[in-house]
Design a protein around this ligand. Structure first.
Ligand code: F6P
Ligand code: MG
Length: 454
């Protein structure tokens, strides 16, 4: 059940795997330790302090293991549900492997599980998230794009009066194209890559105006958006009586989650969807991925927060209005937040049906599953050295071919080596003329697999 191409590994100097394993991950871990020290310095209770110093020692051990290229040891049983998944993978597939010679995607995920272990073994700090501060601060620094969207979308959607059915459908199609792109480019703000981001950098990444989107559409190198619209607007997806069910396998918290909500809001209001499920992570993952706490934090800060001291009353009111509407969706069960331990395992999604059959059956009940972001794309495609012209449904293996596989879309800004669903000549030209294009986040893919719902 493996693709025929070799996985990327940390020792591959030619790939981003090498820079990540040897430089980025130690930097991220060093910053994580700084965050815990900050918390430690603010703590007054002795028992909690001692407990936290033990977490810091475990983090320092992890940093030593990473920098010393140690063998990947089993995860210590902290009683959490994902332990069997992790230790089975280590025993069966990666025994004796080190940080640098294990498949990159596995070794990198393992680092985040070890980071969690440093806290899950404690008494008082089990759910501590070393990236929480950073996630909140970045959202607070995203004011331009946040208000650009809230002032535009706070008012409920209105249908143009007197328009024919055809005109209405065409208007919906155009909005779909725009909102899919807003959701896609929301993925550019990924904290693991942008460790030292300035306000200007954030603004550039988050620009959501119409002209900007038209200009960036040419950067979508494999673009199935029209096919997705054909499916989503057909009666295979939804009927007149009932909209479809859409699942989002989320990526990053803060601004990206905000754009996911903007998209979900439009899909619900337009009647295309009646139920949307958001799948998040159970603990801090790849720096900025969404946890339940991030999900709640976003909605509550939109309604009650004081994050934007320079905003106008009108801007703040629009943000609050949106936040209240989204909270109402959650109350009514139109938007449902979920977590499954498979999403925080080291397995690629080629193994999803085998290792998490309950999750496969659950997703098989969906009318469309959208995977957001780079890491989800790496896991969908096994993070291997597949040729760029590999069709998406070939690259995702069993998730396209198994009976019951739902239609799948990957909305991904390209931030790592693997590229599929892109014409060979285009990838060759960029490899030649624009070194670094595979990690810049300036290019994207929007790819669809039809699935086999039968
Ligand atoms: O460390 C590399 C990586 O795993 C890449 O997938 C990407 O650069 C980043 O981390 C995560 O990006 P995203 O948040 O889009 O999954
Ligand atoms: Mg992420």
């Amino acid at each position: 059940n493996n693709p025929p191409w070799p996985s990327y590994r940390g020792y591959h100097n030619f790939s981003f795997a090498h820079a990540t394993m040897s430089v980025r991950l130690p930097t991220i871990l060093g910053k994580a330790i700084d965050d815990v020290v900050k918390t430690l310095n603010d703590e007054h209770d002795e028992e909690r302090i001692v407990d936290l110093t033990e977490c810091i020692s475990r983090l320092e051990d992890l940093l030593d293991d990473l920098q010393g290229n140690s063998v990947l040891r089993p995860i210590i049983d902290d009683g959490e549900g994902d332990i069997p998944l992790w230790n089975k993978a280590i025993a069966r597939y990666f025994r004796g492997k080190h940080f640098m010679d294990a498949p990159w995607v596995f070794a990198e995920a393992y680092k985040y599980r070890r980071l969690h272990e440093a806290f899950s073994l404690s008494k008082y700090w089990k759910d501590y998230d070393v990236f929480f501060r950073q996630k909140c601060e970045t959202f607070a620094r995203s004011s331009d794009a946040v208000f650009e969207l809230s002032t535009r979308f706070a008012e409920p959607l209105k249908q143009a009066e007197g328009a024919s059915a055809e005109e209405l459908l065409e208007a919906k199609r155009l909005q779909f194209h725009e909102l899919t792109q807003i959701c896609l480019w929301g993925n550019s703000t990924d904290l693991s890559l942008l460790i030292n981001m300035t306000e200007e950098d954030i603004k550039k990444l988050q620009s959501t105006g119409g002209d900007h989107l038209a200009a960036t559409e040419k950067n979508i190198l494999g673009n199935d958006m029209s096919k997705i619209w054909d499916y989503i607007s057909s009666d295979k997806f939804s009927s007149k009586e009932k909209g479809g069910r859409l699942d989002f396998v989320l990526d990053n918290a803060g601004f990206e989650l905000y754009t996911d909500f903007v998209y979900a809001d439009w899909l619900l209001q337009s009647g295309l969807c009646s139920e949307i499920r958001f799948h998040g992570k159970r603990f801090a993952w790849f720096v900025s991925d969404v946890t339940r706490k991030d999900f709640n934090w976003l909605l509550n800060s939109m309604v009650y927060g004081h994050l934007f001291p320079n905003a106008s009353d009108e801007e703040l009111a629009s943000l609050k209005k949106l936040g209240l509407r989204w909270k109402q969706y959650v109350k009514e069960g139109k938007i449902i937040y979920e977590e499954h331990q498979f999403w925080v395992s080291g397995f690629s999604f080629w193994a999803l049906a085998e290792e998490a059959p309950d999750l496969f059956v659950h997703l098989a009940g969906s009318d469309l599953v959208i995977f957001k972001g780079d890491l989800n794309h790496r896991k969908l495609t096994y993070d291997c050295q597949a040729p760029p012209s590999t069709p998406f449904n070939v690259a995702i293996g069993p998730l396209a071919t198994l009976a019951g596989a739902p239609p799948i879309v990957s909305l991904r800004t390209i931030k790592s080596d693997i590229v599929v669903g892109v014409p060979a000549e285009k990838a060759e030209q960029l490899d030649r003329d624009e070194p670094g294009w595979r990690i810049s986040g300036a290019y994207a893919v929007v790819l669809l697999s039809d699935g086999r719902k039968g």
